[in-house]
Design a protein around this ligand. Structure first.
Ligand code: ATP
Ligand code: MG
Length: 403
C-alpha cells in the first residue's frame, strides 16, 4: 500500500482484539469459529470482507466502508476492542513512513494552538524484528514527531497514542482503540428464551446473557384488546435493537387474554400477578423446548416489586421446566438504567405503553406467596387447556438488526 493515500477516514482494515486467555483446547476453537461467523454476519450488509486470523488477533479487510465495519464490530460480544488500522512490511523504515502519514493525518484537524500529548506504543510478537518494542517506540517518535508542531511526549497520560503491532507477517499501525462488549461470542453458550416485557429490565437481561455467549430468543405476552398493538410494536422495536448484538432473533408473541381473565374470575385476587407469572414460565418453557433453548431468562431483580421477593420468585420458578437465569437479580434499578442507555434500549423502554401485567392488577398483591396456594388456585383453572390454546395462537416473528 502506498502510504501517501492514508487518510484517517479510510483505514485499510480493522484489527480485532478478543479475550481468549481463559480458553483452552476445544473451547478456544469454538470461541474463534463462532466469533468469525458472527463478524461475517454482522458486516455482510456493509461490505464484502476478507478475514485473516493469526494467533490471538483477527484482521478484517474490506475495499470500502472500513470505519463503518469497525463501529459495527463494537457491538459483537467476544470482542474486547477494535482498531481501524493500516499495515506495512514489518521493517523499521516502512513503519516510520506509514506512521508519519497516519499521525499527520490524525492530527491535522486539531485547533492550531492546541498542544497534544502523545506517545508511541509498540508491541512486538515477532522476536526476529531488529528492535525491542521500547527501541521501536523511540525510533518512530524521534523520526516522526519533530516534524509536527505543538506536540509533547507524555508516557503516562497521552491523549493520542500511536499503536504499532509488529507481527511475523506484517506491522499494523493505528491511532484509535474502540471498545467492544467483551464477554463471549454469541452461540458459544447455547440458547436461552428471554421473557421480554416492554420494561427496562428484561432487555438488559437479554443483553447480559448475549454478552456471556447465549443466543437469545424472545417471548412476550400480549392481552389484546386490553393492551393495544403499540405495546407489541414496542417489544418488536426492543428486540430489533437487541439484535445488533446477535444479528437475528426470534420473537414469540403469545395471546394472554384468556389466561388473565380466567385468573381474574377464578383465582384469589392477591395471587393474580404471581399466577400470571407462573403461566408465563410454563409457556416460555414449552416454547423454549421447541426452540432448543436450555434456559429461561428474566429481568427480575430481588425486591424490586412485590412479585420479586424470594418467596414469590420461588412460586414463579416452580412453574418453569428449565433453569431460570436472572442476570439482574442483584442489580439496583439505576444500574439497569445505565446499561439500558448504553445498549440503546432505554428510550424505547420508557415509552408509556402498558404491559399485560397492568391488566386487572390486584389491589393488595401477595408479597410472600406459597407454592401450594398457587397450585390449589390453579387446580380450578384448567391449566393444560389454557396453555394449549395460548400456544396455538402464538405468532412467531423473525427480527433482523440489519433489516
Ligand atoms: P421489566 O422492566 O423487564 O418489565 P420489571 O422490573 O418491570 O421488569 P416485572 O414487570 O415484575 O419486572 O416483570 C418481571 C419479569 O417478568 C420481566 O423482567 C420479564 O422477564 C417478565 N415479564 C413481565 N411481563 C412480561 C410480558 N408481558 N411478557 C413477557 N415477559 C414478561
Ligand atoms: Mg415490567
Amino acid at each position: 500500500m502506498n502510504p501517501k493515500s492514508v487518510s484517517v477516514a479510510t483505514p485499510e482494515m480493522v484489527l480485532i482484539r478478543y479475550g481468549e486467555l481463559a480458553l483452552k483446547g476445544k473451547n478456544r476453537s469454538s470461541f474463534e469459529n463462532s466469533l468469525l461467523r458472527n463478524i461475517r454476519e454482522a458486516t455482510q450488509h456493509i461490505a464484502k470482507i476478507r478475514i485473516e486470523r493469526r494467533r490471538g488477533r483477527i484482521a478484517v479487510f474490506a475495499d470500502q466502508r472500513v470505519m463503518e465495519i469497525a463501529e459495527r464490530l463494537q457491538d459483537i460480544p467476544g470482542i474486547k476492542s477494535v482498531s481501524p488500522a493500516w499495515r506495512c512490511d514489518a521493517e523499521p523504515e516502512a513503519i516510520v513512513a506509514l506512521a508519519r502519514t497516519i499521525v499527520r493525518d490524525a492530527l491535522r484537524s486539531r485547533p492550531a494552538d492546541e498542544i497534544t500529548s502523545f506517545r508511541v506504543e509498540s508491541r512486538r510478537s515477532e522476536k526476529r524484528f531488529p528492535m525491542t518494542s521500547s527501541e521501536l517506540d523511540r525510533f518512530v517518535a524521534d523520526r516522526v514527531l519533530p516534524e509536527i508542531k505543538n506536540i509533547r511526549i507524555d508516557l503516562k497520560n497521552a491523549k493520542e497514542r500511536l499503536g504499532i503491532e509488529v507481527r511475523s507477517e506484517r506491522a499494523y499501525i493505528f491511532m484509535r482503540r474502540l471498545p467492544g462488549p467483551g464477554g463471549l461470542p454469541v452461540g458459544t453458550m447455547g440458547r436461552a428464551m428471554c421473557l421480554i416485557s416492554g420494561g427496562i429490565d428484561s432487555p438488559v437481561a437479554a443483553y447480559l446473557a448475549m454478552k456471556r455467549g447465549c443466543h437469545v430468543s424472545f417471548v412476550t405476552y400480549h392481552s389484546y384488546p386490553y393492551i393495544g398493538e403499540a405495546s407489541k410494536k414496542k417489544v418488536i422495536d426492543l428486540v430489533r435493537r437487541l439484535s445488533r448484538f446477535q444479528a437475528k432473533s426470534r420473537l414469540f408473541v403469545v395471546p394472554f387474554t384468556e389466561i388473565q381473565t380466567t385468573i381474574r374470575d377464578k383465582a384469589p385476587e392477591p395471587y393474580r400477578t404471581v399466577l400470571y407469572r407462573r403461566f408465563m414460565q410454563r409457556l416460555a418453557s414449552k416454547l423454549a423446548e421447541r426452540d432448543r433453548c436450555k434456559a429461561l431468562l428474566t429481568g427480575e431483580s430481588l425486591g424490586q416489586v412485590a412479585s420479586q421477593t424470594m418467596e414469590n420468585m420461588t412460586c414463579i420458578e416452580a412453574a418453569a421446566e428449565l433453569p431460570v437465569l436472572r442476570p439482574l437479580v442483584t442489580y439496583d434499578k439505576e444500574d439497569a438504567i445505565k446499561l439500558a442507555h448504553k445498549i440503546g434500549t432505554y428510550d424505547v423502554s420508557v415509552l408509556p405503553e402498558p404491559d399485560c401485567c397492568t391488566v386487572f392488577m390486584p389491589s393488595k398483591p401477595i408479597i410472600f406467596g406459597k407454592v401450594e396456594a398457587c397450585e390449589a388456585a390453579e387446580a380450578k383453572l384448567g391449566v393444560d387447556d389454557l396453555v394449549r390454546k395460548a400456544l396455538m395462537g402464538t405468532e412467531r416473528i423473525i427480527i433482523e438488526s440489519n433489516a
